[in-house]
Design a protein around this ligand. Structure first.
Ligand code: AFP
Length: 366
């Protein structure tokens, strides 16, 4: 398709806004600032070792590098990406506050700037532990409305203001820094995908009305955690691995990139199921992924594209958050597979799985 006939992200947003004649344009301005932050991060990522942003951040920490609120090692690019998100979004008057994977507490809009109606929550660089090996990474964001009293009073935001279920998201999306840089977005009217034209520095609409196929033969899970999985997950994976001769009657393929944003993108493009379920590895961590800035925005996109996102037990978007950095079990992707996994969580396990040593047939035996 010739360049001139493609919409830009700006054009797409203006057309979407026509559905809301009363809208003042702040949401569009905010999304464009987020997209600009993502373009800046894409450049920093693309320079790799040629830039000055590779390796671990800081010196003062338990492991020799800096650690974030999750106790995870921070890369220089994590810190830089967080700064880019803050600087690009704090000035516009669209936001009442921000929260990030990389900051323990909510970020207040500095006094010299106006405060607005929205809250921005983000993981500035998901998958960054893979950055040194040049695997696709990305930025994930979620936009919420600020509570009315925050808007009316202009008071500082507190953690409780951000504890809204995923269904309350106004918009969500991610940028993927892969062979091409992409920006995937939902403003609650399906999912659109934009590819960065490096000549123009513009995100161009390349994927209109993205749909996740309801069925799949592809699943993604970190199999090194198999001994910690709960019976419904063991059952599901075992049945996939049994392939054409097992109860599913078809062969499955497995993928694991260890960069959730990249897995989400594959699933949006061609279907599949992703699992980072609740497990028994660490009683203090009911899952690996974070609810507010990983599970909810990705869940919003997947559901807007006709897929399903779940904790295994309930729709992830319906979960009432209890803390800013809450972790949660997450299963998302092709609708029929996720519904099957939810059914396995409801049903009593089949007899062979009731054995504490799990099944003799299991390919991931304890
Ligand atoms: P990082 O942003 O610290 O690399 O974490 C990425 C992530 O949260 C998510 O993107 C992956 O699905 C998951 O971690 C990978 O975890 P494993 O190390 O267990 O494979």
């Amino acid at each position: 398709m010739p360049l001139s006939s493609r919409s830009t992200l700006t054009q797409y947003l203006i057309e979407e806004r026509r559905r809301f004649p009363e809208a003042g344009g702040a949401l569009n301005a905010l999304i464009l600032d987020v997209a600009l932050a993502c373009k800046a991060i894409a450049r920093a990522v693309a320079f790799g070792e040629l830039g000055d942003a590779m390796g671990d951040a800081g010196a003062a920490s338990v492991q020799g590098g800096a650690v974030n609120v999750q106790g995870e090692e921070q890369k220089k690019l994590d810190v830089l990406s967080n700064e880019v998100f803050l600087r690009r979004n704090e000035w516009s008057g669209c936001l009442a506050g921000m929260a990030s994977e990389e900051m323990a507490a909510p970020y207040q809009i500095p006094a010299e700037h106006l405060r607005g109606h929205y809250l921005l929550v983000f993981d500035p660089l998901d998958g960054s532990s893979n950055i040194d090996v040049n695997v696709s990474v990305g930025s994930i964001f979620s936009i919420l409305r600020a509570p009315q009293d925050v808007i009316d009073s202009g008071r500082d935001v507190v953690e409780a203001d951000f504890l809204q279920p995923g269904t309350a998201q106004v918009a969500a999306g991610y940028a993927l820094y892969g062979p091409t840089t992409m920006f995937m977005l939902s403003v609650g009217n399906g999912v659109a995908g934009f590819t960065l034209n490096p000549n123009l520095g513009e995100f161009m609409l390349t994927h209109r009305d993205v749909r996740v196929p309801e069925d799949t033969r592809e699943f993604a899970i970190n199999a090194s955690n198999a001994r910690f999985w709960e019976p419904p997950v063991k059952r599901y994976v075992d049945e996939c691995l049994a392939g054409a001769t097992g109860p599913r009657g078809k062969d499955f393929n497995m993928r694991w990139i260890a960069s959730m944003v990249a897995e989400a993108h594959r699933i949006l493009m061609r279907g599949g199921v992703f699992m980072y379920p609740r497990d028994t590895k660490d009683a203090g961590k009911p899952g690996r992924l974070r609810l507010l800035y990983e599970a909810n925005p990705v869940g919003f996109l997947i559901e807007q594209a006709g897929g399903r996102a779940s904790t295994g037990r309930q729709a992830v978007l319906g979960v009432a958050p209890s803390s800013l950095h809450q972790r949660i079990g997450l299963v998302f992707g092709s609708k029929h597979e996720v519904e099957r996994i939810e059914r396995y969580h409801r049903e009593p396990p089949p007899r062979e799985l009731r054995n504490p040593l799990f099944s003799e047939r299991s390919l991931f035996r304890d």
